[in-house]
Design a binder for this molecule. Sequence first.
Ligand code: GRG
Length: 313
Amino acid sequence: MSALPGSGAFAAFCGQWNGAVDQALRELLPSPDTAPQRLHEAMHYALFPGGKRLRPMLVLLGCQAAGGDPGRALRAAAALECLHTYSLVHDDLPCMDDDDLRRGRPTCHKVYGDALALLAGDALLTLAFEGAASAGADATAELARAAGSLGMVGGQVEDLASEGDPQRHSLERVRWIHTRKTGALITAALLVGAHAAAGGAVPAAVLEPLRAYGDRVGLAFQIADDCLDLTGTAAELGKNPLADVALGKLTWPAMVGLDQSLATARDLAAEASALAVPITAAAAGWRQVPAPALDAARLLLQDVALYAVARRN
Ligand code: GRG
């Protein structure tokens, strides 16, 4: 993740932790020469070199914002990336969005075939729960809720249904979809990180503002994604632009136009940014944390909110 917009704090954080996240992924995943070899190769293909690694970085940031050492959350961070990558592999399948380009390369099913890509996704999903268990039972349950029928999968179902149903397109429906399809996992990443910080019960005073922050960043991130589908290039995005338009998808700009969409995304980012102070204040009230670590977390939370909207990929 280079040349991110914003203060530079999140870019520096990513630079600091990227290698450790990749190492944690390699430790969580069976090596590509483990039987069944082709399955493990497909899982590695989907994960490496990877995309922006936003969700694992949010796990580490959630941990720091709750007063923990991000190094404690690395296995959980790898788990979030496995789960996210499963969703991309399945999302690209012919029975879903039917895409041939992802992260700048042919999609997993284009290289390994539909059946193996489906199974590689399944294996990444289940592996994610092995990794999340390192952050405890609360973290594992949080991830399960976010990824399941009330979260990401539910959002995906409604997203697919909306394609053939333009007369029922509305802003309320697109908010419902985006909150679940994309926002739920982004919020869960932060909360899993907070659970990893403590290795035990985290007070609601910390979790709730962090959840409110994640919900706003997650929605802003997906609105920005909708806008990038219209304004980005394949080289920037690593996937085909105008894919949403081609599928007749329900998107934010389809409802209110590009300018109004970006304005809403910026408003959400500003609301999220304002929550950085209450989040870190609650962490300070909960446990002994050196002030510089929480100051850094506050700046990072503010910078990520900005990045979610101003990003170019
Ligand atoms: C259960 C069969 C079955 C399928 C599930 C859950 C699901 C399919 C799809 C999830 C929905 C999905 C793919 C949402 C997209 C969210 C999104 C904005 C993805 C792109 O995230 P980035 O930009 O990607 O962070 P990189 O590649 O950078 O990690």
